[in-house]
Design a protein around this ligand. Structure first.
Ligand code: FAD
Length: 383
């Protein structure tokens, strides 16, 4: 693996750094307190090309490889995980899945809007009764003439209240494929689809997380993404790449924790000298630095494998598992460096910790990643 960034990769990282500095950092505390990032950020993310990374220019994308995608995701995560999540879901889980599995007509219909930021997507897999065991979802799709009629409930859906299109997974009654799950592209304004914001989240407060209720939602058969019954494979392939994006966001959190903690340790004085002079503070800083480097290397390896057309799913699980746990540790260690000031939101460590915590839960909990890795090692599925 070549660890040198190309000129284009360095340029896109700088572009992302400047974007975060200008458009995100000044608003982070206010958005977190208001429990909503300014929706105008979506259009800005589109204009700068971040919602179209790795998507062909033919469909409005800005091209680029997966390492460039990781670099941008890391910088966005360093700025604000709520904004990072908008991109990871709308681009990483929805647009990239449409690009990989969609018909020509579906790509032309959805990708230009998703990549430009004119529209936004959400990924509807989790249900109130099925999270880790997503293959057992109970939302139904019943064929009725040229249509499908959808009924069920989805929960914890990132971008849910903002989305223009829902990539929805439902059990189609007579599909022969894996557990009979199929994927549908459902316009969010379709009659019968209602959305409710989920409030009171520990972190990612700026993000629009929703419960979606589907009551006799009628979509044409052309809304089916990929073959009927292949929906579970489509979901799993989306999540395999999605986990790399989560991992990159976690690297961003850990890097932000490191930057803030080092700066503060050089300013804050106790016992007549800056706390950077105290060995136990240096231990905290060095632990964070190690987590940043290890998480970044694991994440970049996944991008490298994808860009070289190699299998990457297990490595993606390893990167997501390690980086998410590392981000929690790093933010917690940074909070310790800040002492009491770490506990109030005018300083960054508390929010980093709150935002990091969910990364060990979504797109497969840490336990689920371990089962993926264990299955690859032993050949035994312990799910
Ligand atoms: P459960 O599956 O009930 O797990 C509970 C506990 O049991 C966990 O510790 C888990 O690791 C453990 N466990 C379960 N099965 C096993 C097993 N076989 N072996 C060992 N341990 C096990 N979902 C979407 O579809 N789209 C989204 O956009 C989305 N965004 C999210 C945003 C947020 C803020 C949150 C909190 C969640 C989001 N999710 C989304 C849902 C997320 O993916 C699920 O919460 C996650 O998969 C875990 O499912 P669960 O919450 O039902 O927990």
């Amino acid at each position: 693996m070549n660890l040198e960034l190309s000129e284009e990769q360095s340029a896109v990282r700088q572009l992302a750094r400047d974007f975060v500095e200008r458009e995100i950092t000044p608003h982070v505390i206010a958005w977190d307190r208001a429990e909503e990032v300014d929706r105008a950020i979506v259009k800005k993310l589109g204009e700068v090309g971040f919602l179209g990374l790795t998507i062909d220019e033919e469909y409005g994308g800005s091209g680029g490889d997966h390492l460039a995608y990781c670099l941008v995701t890391e910088e966005l995560g360093r700025g604000d995980s709520s904004v990072r999540g908008i991109v990871s879901v709308s681009l990483g889980l929805v647009a990239k899945t449409v690009a990989a599995w969609g018909s020509e007509e579906q790509k032309r219909r959805w990708l230009p809007g998703l990549t430009s930021g004119a529209s936004i997507g959400c990924f509807g897999l989790t249900e109130p009764g099925t999270g880790s065991d997503a293959g057992n979802l109970v939302t139904r799709a019943v064929r009725d003439g040229d249509d499908y009629v959808l009924n069920g409930t989805k929960t914890f859906i990132t971008n849910g209240t903002w989305a223009d299109v829902v990539l929805l997974f439902a059990r189609s009654t007579d599909a022969p494929g894996h557990k009979g799950v199929s994927a549908f592209l459902v316009p969010a304004e379709t009659p019968g689809l209602t959305r409710r914001t989920i409030h009171g989240k520990l972190g990612l407060r700026g993000q629009a997380t929703a419960e979606l209720a589907l009551e006799d939602v009628r979509v044409p058969a052309s809304a089916l993404l990929g073959e009927e019954g292949k929906g579970f494979s489509i979901a799993m392939s989306a999540l395999a790449k999605g986990r790399m994006s989560v991992a990159a966001g976690c690297v961003g959190i850990a890097q932000a924790a490191l930057d803030a903690a080092v700066r503060y340790a050089g300013e804050r004085e106790q016992f007549g000298r800056t706390i950077a002079h105290h060995q136990l503070v240096q231990e905290l800083l060095s632990d964070i630095a190690l987590d940043v480097d290890a998480a970044r290397l694991l994440t970049w390896r996944v991008a490298d494998l994808i860009d070289r057309g190699q299998p990457f799913a297990v490595e993606s699980s390893k990167a997501k598992l390690f980086a998410s746990e590392a981000a929690v540790r790093a933010a917690n260690n940074a909070l310790q460096v800040f002492g009491g000031y770490g506990y109030i939101d005018e300083y960054p460590a508390g929010k980093l910790l709150r935002d990091a915590r969910v990364m060990t839960l979504y797109e497969g909990t840490s336990q689920i990643q371990k089962l993926v890795i264990g299955r690859a090692l032993t050949g035994v599925s312990a799910f």
